[in-house]
Design a protein. Structure first.
Length: 400
């Protein structure tokens, strides 16, 4: 199963010519005819998953600065039968990481930090903070433990899990100080949530305000993300119920891990349209000026493993492989009860998928769905769609 983008050679040349494909795609000319979405094609792309793999899905599409499509499918809550709509909020999981990175860049814009400074400049309470920079934390190359090293990864630091999710900031720093980084910075990539927890505390230190308030002031407010918030800081309103899908196809309202200490790594919630507002705001330099936008999308240069050729930037996977494409940026998000995907395509479009269940085939097929949704945008060259996978089954409520 191969994914070859139309006019691949031209696209690769364009990627080389632009320091950031996102930066140049936002400046490219839109098609002569206005972009529109074939709603029946989107419905066909999501239909195999609704009610079987996930109770509901919220889909939004952006193009050149605006939302051109937003629709909910299925149910936001199975017990009440509440439908999923374009106005339903869902947990976005690790898509929050790129927004945290955006806040860091906004603070650099304002002269309150630089991403090349060592972590201990603003967080002197972290004894190993003199070893890595803020930029290395944001590209997950700071040498901290993560999922590649151990399936439990940074659970040991007390930011996720049923026994550790309510840790205080002081307790997390104590565990960090008792656990040295496992490798020198910039020697290997490892998906460590603790890196983004540290960035959240850096944002608080530099901005002199709580993380959630800083996100509102630096990112959500300026980009018009009216439904966005950090879970645990206010009541969930018009929020989808999250589920775990068991292998037998049944959905269960399993216990949810505490999000108190996972704020900056994956605690965000919003509509799919507000994720598009984020995408389009970054593309149009409404968050930070162009040089900092390019920095956000600059790959670290260290391989993430598979697919070969792919790398990681500041909260974004950078796709440069024949399976998931060339010049595509994406960010998957997973909590125990929600799963999501945010994809930026080189033609200036973006597709956001938010669902209210985890442990299902959506996890392996979400890029397939997003690319099919992309191909429902009229007047844009289509991309070829990758194959799916077996999904992630479970027979019980899993708490990690």
């Amino acid at each position: 199963m191969r994914l070859l983008i139309a006019s691949r050679g031209a696209l690769i040349a364009s990627t080389v010519a632009c320091a950031s494909l996102v930066g140049c795609s936002s400046a490219s000319s839109p098609p002569a005819a206005p972009a529109a979405v074939d709603t029946s094609a989107v419905a066909a792309a999501v239909a195999p998953y609704i009610g079987t793999q996930v109770p509901g899905m919220s889909v939004a599409v952006g193009y050149h600065g605006r939302v051109i499509f937003a629709q909910g499918y299925g149910k936001a809550d199975l017990a009440s039968g509440t439908p999923m709509t374009a106005q339903t909020r869902l947990g976005i999981g690790s898509i929050q990481k790129q927004m945290t990175a955006g806040a860091v860049l906004a603070l650099q814009r304002d002269g309150l930090l630089t991403i090349d400074q060592k972590v201990n400049v603003l967080l002197p309470q972290y004894v190993y903070g003199n070893r890595m920079t803020l930029h290395q934390l944001s590209t997950l190359t700071g040498g901290l433990q993560g999922h590649n090293e151990d399936p439990d990864g940074d659970v040991i630091f007390g930011i996720v899990g049923p026994k550790t999710g309510n840790s205080t900031v002081q307790q997390v720093f104590a565990k960090l100080n008792a656990t040295p980084p496992i490798r020198p910075p910039n020697t290997a990539w490892d998906y460590s949530n603790i890196s983004y927890w540290l960035l959240g505390r850096t944002i608080e230190s530099a901005s002199k305000r709580s993380y959630e308030q800083a996100m509102q002031d630096l990112v959500f407010g300026p980009l018009g993300m009216k439904t966005a918030y950090i879970r645990g800081t206010q009541p969930d309103v018009n929020f989808a119920t999250g589920y775990t899908r068991f292998t037998d196809g049944t959905f269960h309202k399993c216990p949810e891990i505490s999000l108190k200490t996972a704020d900056s790594a994956g605690g965000g919630a919003m509509t799919a349209s507000d994720v598009v507002a984020w995408d389009e705001g970054v593309r149009a330099n409404r968050l930070v000026p162009d040089p900092l936008v390019k920095l956000m999308f600059r790959p670290s240069g260290l391989s993430i493993g598979k697919p070969a050729g792919d790398s990681y930037a500041m909260g974004w996977f950078v796709r440069n492989d024949p399976i998931l494409g060339y010049g595509i940026f994406d960010a998957p998000g997973d909590t125990m009860l929600f799963a999501s995907l945010n994809v930026l395509f080189p033609d200036g479009s973006d597709v956001v998928l938010l669902t209210n269940a985890n442990y299902n085939k959506f996890l392996s097929d979400r890029n397939l769905i997003a690319y099919e949704v992309h191909n429902a945008i009229k007047n844009l060259p289509p991309v070829k769609v990758p194959g799916g996978g077996p999904g992630l089954p479970t027979t019980k409520c899993v708490i990690e």
